[in-house]
Design a protein around this ligand. Structure first.
Ligand SMILES: NC(=O)c1ccc[n+]([C@@H]2O[C@H](COP(=O)([O-])OP(=O)(O)OC[C@H]3O[C@@H](n4cnc5c(N)ncnc54)[C@H](O)[C@@H]3O)[C@@H](O)[C@H]2O)c1
Length: 232
């Protein structure tokens, strides 16, 4: 007999990739790798200094080629044997996919993709540096396929739809300060089990009827949550 599998939705932030060697954002005092985020991750920053923005993402892309998924990314893959799992990530890295997660939604875009500034439907896989003069097939400059501050979040509706269907929610390594990602949890059904793994948890007991907090690093905390759910 095939048992109906419950839906698990996993919301991840920069903290899930911290132990792979990619710095989080808030932990660096609101700077992203030493940069004011409005200079490197906003349309205003792009218009002001395209070279700076391209250089910033070129460095992030090179770094991503050198790091690997950690135990937390890997433990989440185990859940797929027992549950329908959807990962909704704020991260622009591809470490969930490389670990083997099969259903990943990127709310804020992807480092290994670029798109046309003239025609946003032209999106390309791109793992190398991106420079001024690199153009799409319609001859427009290419830009990183990243949702910058102040831009619309095209995957938000899909993420809301997925979150509404969750039977269990797992939240990992996010300061819950970036909107609209932070409001996603409001779409979860009331009373479902919620697990939150973060050494500095930004969610407290009162936030949910059924919340378990693991105030620790993702590598150990996620393994505990996964074991608990598989053994239940
Ligand atoms: N890996 C990436 O793709 C990456 C890295 C940095 C920033 N960003 C972008 O910056 C924004 C930052 O928002 P955010 O809430 O995701 O991150 P954030 O930097 O605002 O918060 C990071 C959270 O991770 C926690 N954390 C630190 N080390 C951890 C560990 N070992 N295990 C578990 N948790 C740990 C911190 O306590 C904090 O709550 C996002 O929009 C994201 O797109 C992405």
């Amino acid at each position: 007999m095939v048992k109906h599998m419950k839906n698990i939705v996993v919301l991840t932030g920069a903290g899930v990739s911290a132990e792979s060697g990619i710095k989080t954002f808030r932990d660096a005092g609101g700077l992203w790798e030493g940069h004011d985020i409005m200079e490197v991750a906003s349309p205003v920053g792009w218009h002001k200094n395209k070279n700076l923005v391209l250089d910033f993402y070129n460095k992030r892309r090179r770094q991503l080629l050198e790091v690997s998924p950690n135990l937390a990314h890997r433990a989440l893959v185990e859940l797929e044997k027992h549950f329908n799992v959807a990962v909704i990530t704020q991260n622009v890295d591809d470490l969930h996919e490389r670990a083997g997660s099969s259903n990943v939604v990127h709310l804020h875009g992807e480092l290994f993709k670029v798109r046309s500034t003239g025609n946003p439907t032209l999106i390309y896989t791109h793992r190398k540096d991106l420079n001024i003069g690199d153009v799409c097939e319609e001859n427009s400059q290419l830009r990183p396929h990243i949702v910058w501050f102040g831009e619309a979040v095209p995957m938000l509706d899909k993420a809301i739809e997925i979150t509404e269907k969750a039977d269990i929610l797992i939240i990992i390594g996010t300061s819950m300060q970036v909107y609209p990602a932070a409001i996603l949890i409001n779409y979860a059904k009331s009373g479902i089990p919620v697990y939150f793994v973060d050494p500095k948890p930004a969610i407290h007991e009162k936030s949910f009827l059924n919340l378990t907090i693991y105030p620790e690093n993702a590598s150990t905390g996620v393994a505990k949550v996964v074991n608990e759910l598989i053994e239940k």
